[in-house]
Design a protein around this ligand. Structure first.
Ligand SMILES: O=P(O)(O)OC[C@H]1O[C@H](OP(=O)(O)OP(=O)(O)O)[C@H](O)[C@@H]1O
Ligand SMILES: Nc1ncnc2[nH]cnc12
Length: 181
């Protein structure tokens, strides 16, 4: 059985870097190659589940699109609810929304009204933190709903973009670090 550092190394090695996507100058870290590797995918969920199993989590909230891939299995592993934070116009019910900027776009996320109850303990999940804009917007949405943000969890952090500065006051748990071009 691999130890924590060995699992992180397997995950790190399973992530593919693609230069100049979606724009020139961006080194895009592609997690589809984690999902091709059952062991690396399983280890990602196992390490997240280990981090949160004793933290009295009520809800895992995952960001469209790539945060859904890691968030939903984590919710099942913890035996708690899963809430999707979606791009505009996708959720059918009443919703609240928050605008944000990423490394290469301006966007908006939405959440169903009533998906998170006041006082519920929430962990936010995404594949990657770059500038931190997405996570900051998710934190605001959960707080608007009255939820308690326990922590944010990402598979990858790009430390050179200083995303942690944008989510000050919220702890961040990451599995691997990657660099830019
Ligand atoms: O820390 P930030 O600068 O906010 O960037 C990180 C976000 O950017 C990517 O999503 P993207 O908006 O590209 O959407 P996608 O998952 O639908 O591809 C990534 O999956 C994170 O959600
Ligand atoms: N460099 C990057 N690779 C993959 N997803 C991203 N989202 C924001 N920046 C990214």
């Amino acid at each position: 059985m691999a130890d924590v550092e060995a699992k992180k190394e397997i995950i790190k090695n399973a992530i593919r870097g693609i230069p100049d996507f979606p724009h020139k100058g961006i080194l895009f870290w592609d997690v589809t190659t984690i999902m091709l590797n059952h062991q690396a995918f399983q280890y990602s969920i196992d390490l997240f589940a280990e981090q949160y199993k004793d933290k009295k989590i009520d809800v895992v909230a995952g960001f469209e699109a790539r945060g859904l891939i890691f968030g939903a299995p984590l919710a099942l592993a913890l035996g708690v609810a899963f809430v999707p934070l979606r791009k505009p116009g996708k959720l059918p019910g009443d919703k609240i929304s928050e605008e944000y900027k990423t490394e290469y776009s301006t966007d908006k996320i939405e959440m169903h009204v009533g998906a998170i109850q006041p006082g519920q303990r929430v962990v936010l999940v995404d594949d990657l933190i770059a500038t931190g804009g997405t996570l900051a917007a998710g934190i605001n949405l959960v707080k608007k709903a009255g939820g308690v943000v326990v922590e944010a969890a990402c598979v990858i952090e790009l430390p050179f973009l200083k995303g942690r500065d944008k989510i000050q006051g919220t702890d961040l748990f990451v599995l691997v670090e990657k660099e830019g071009l």
